[in-house]
Design a protein. Structure first.
Lengths: 258, 276
């Protein structure tokens, strides 16, 4: 049984009266512990799919089954409780947090909301989460805008794993980081996946990163699936026109040598 | 440069702060300098100012000490002004946040209620409310707040509409936070600065409205108010104009002080934002 099964997902936006299909009849599955990448040019519907899967926006048609039950029928408290199993890491770690928040508060929220730890126990749990993502526990009282971008993205990951989810949606989670930090964050994500069998829906426009971390990839174009399959196979020998265009556009460091 | 330093470098802010400080000092020292009932008879009736130095600003028609009344009146003006503004800002911020965040029917209903309040002149609303419920300090505060919360509500809603599209609100939803907690803990605190910038205008308007209500005899009858003093002096305006002029000047200086200090604060925070 798949962890996440999305079928015939469709979402239209209305722009000056005319409906524009942002996501058009998209179906895919994610197995437990697997990384599925969604790649494609800007406006291809990657982020819309991420937000649909998280129920941050509602689809116009289609089904989403998560952990064997219909995810789209959930409402109110039942939906909020279920969200613990399905988390998200955003592209810009500064915009993703309340500008007034401290590191401790950001990590306290999921523990408190889902009743994972008592008030007295929470500071210890927050310290443990920080250590888990490779940060010092004394970072907790700092304001979110005082720490570096890489540290902030680690905090975002700590927040996402606080509720022990089975799936994390990574919406361009490493795109805003500089290259040296990017590698460290990717290593951290892979470690967490090995230890906890977390599945990732990895959204990125960077095919190099996708090839390095994803098991399977789906290439999107204008809201439709253009091509899908094993990540290395697809990226090494794309069959669709958009796939070839994306691979050709990706910068290659070894080009100078050949 | 510290915000206080910057505040003190703007001359109008300093003037406003001095005026407000004087007002606060008057209000706080009223019962120390003039113990007892300010409405008790202290000397001969209609004594002009600067004649008897135990009654420096003279006495009114009933022989009450004008200076004592002025000090005790400062208390009422300040209390009503601050309380009404706080109430208006609180109501406005909550209504605006709910309307902006809830969307759909709730937004529609709340904003039509806001429209309804906004179409009625706020002074008429206060007048009607006080004359129906009866004059007392608390009622006057509520009456003024009823007419002034709509401005803050609109500003708060506009701010919330932009904030709720930010990633951190989506993030709060994604971790399963309750919508009310998102609205009041994540969104409202970040929507407050432009709402608070309106506070000086609202305090000044509230002080004037209170004075106007008192002038019309709808103030709290057990308290001395500047508006009441002006009304009291009106009957002897030709023979003893100082009875209306003295509280009138006090009112002008107070409103001016509130405006200037508020302007200074807005200016100071604006500069701070520009730099950061």
């Amino acid at each position: 049984m798949s962890l996440l099964a999305v079928s015939n997902l469709t979402k239209n936006y209305r722009r000056t009266g005319k409906p524009v299909a942002a996501v058009d009849d998209v179906s895919f599955t994610i197995e437990p512990g697997e990384t599925l990448a969604l790649a494609g040019p800007s406006g291809s519907g990657k982020s819309t799919i991420a937000r649909l899967v998280l129920r941050l926006i509602e689809p116009d048609a289609g089904r989403i089954e998560f952990e064997g039950s219909d995810f789209l029928v959930l409402r109110g408290a039942a939906l909020r409780a279920r969200r613990a199993r399905l988390q998200m890491v955003f592209q810009d770690p500064l915009a993703a947090f309340n500008p007034r928040a401290t590191v401790a508060r950001v990590l306290d929220d999921p523990l408190r909301i889902h009743g994972i730890a008592s008030r007295a126990e929470r500071p210890r749990r927050i310290a443990a989460l920080l250590e888990r993502v490779g940060l010092a526990a004394d970072l907790a009282p700092r304001a979110i805008h005082e720490i570096s971008g890489g540290q902030r993205q680690r905090v975002a990951i700590a927040r996402a794993i606080a509720t022990k989810p089975s799936l994390i949606v990574l919406d361009e989670a490493v795109s805003a980081l500089d290259v040296s930090v990017r590698g460290q964050i990717l290593d951290l994500l892979l470690d967490l996946q090995r230890q906890d069998k977390i599945a990732y829906l990895f959204i990125s426009h960077d095919l190099g990163v996708v090839r390095a971390v994803a098991h399977r990839v789906i290439l999107l174009n204008a809201g439709r699936i253009a091509e899908s399959g094993d990540a290395r196979a697809v990226i090494d020998a794309p069959r669709s026109a958009i796939g070839r265009a994306l691979v050709a556009a990706a910068p290659k460091l070894n080009r100078a040598k050949t | 440069m510290s915000p206080l330093r910057r505040f003190l470098r703007t001359p109008e802010a300093v003037a406003g702060a001095i005026l407000l400080g004087a007002l606060a000092a008057m209000a706080l020292s009223a019962s120390l300098l003039f113990p007892g009932d300010p409405q008790a008879i202290a000397g001969p009736a209609l004594l002009p100012p600067f004649q008897d130095w135990s009654l420096p600003l003279g006495t009114d028609r009933l022989g009450r000490d004008v200076l004592a009344e002025l000090f005790h009146g400062a208390r009422t003006s300040l209390a009503v002004g601050l309380a009404a503004a706080a109430a208006a800002l609180a109501i406005g911020a909550v209504v605006g946040t709910l309307a902006g965040f809830a969307d759909g029917l709730v937004d529609e209903v709340l904003m039509r209620v806001t429209d309804a309040f906004q179409t009625v002149p706020s002074f008429l609303l206060a007048l009607a409310f006080v004359s129906v419920v009866g004059p007392s300090l608390g009622i006057v505060v509520i009456a003024i707040a009823l007419g002034t919360w709509t401005g803050p509500a609109r500003v708060a809603r506009a701010e919330v509409l932009s904030i709720r599209e930010r990633d951190y609100v989506a993030n709060a939803r994604a971790i399963g936070m309750h919508p009310l907690e998102i609205a009041f803990r994540e969104v409202l605190p970040n929507a407050l600065p432009p709402v608070l910038a309106m506070s000086s205008v609202i305090v000044a308007a509230a002080i004037l409205t209170e004075a106007a209500l008192s002038f019309l005899g709808l103030g709290d009858p057990n308290r001395v108010t500047w508006g009441g003093m002006i009304a009291e002096g009106r009957t002897v305006l030709r023979t003893a104009p100082f009875l209306s002029i003295v509280p009138g000047i006090a009112l002008v200086l107070t409103v001016l002080g509130v405006y200037l200090a508020g302007e200074g604060i807005v200016e100071t925070t604006a500069v701070k934002r520009g730099l950061s």
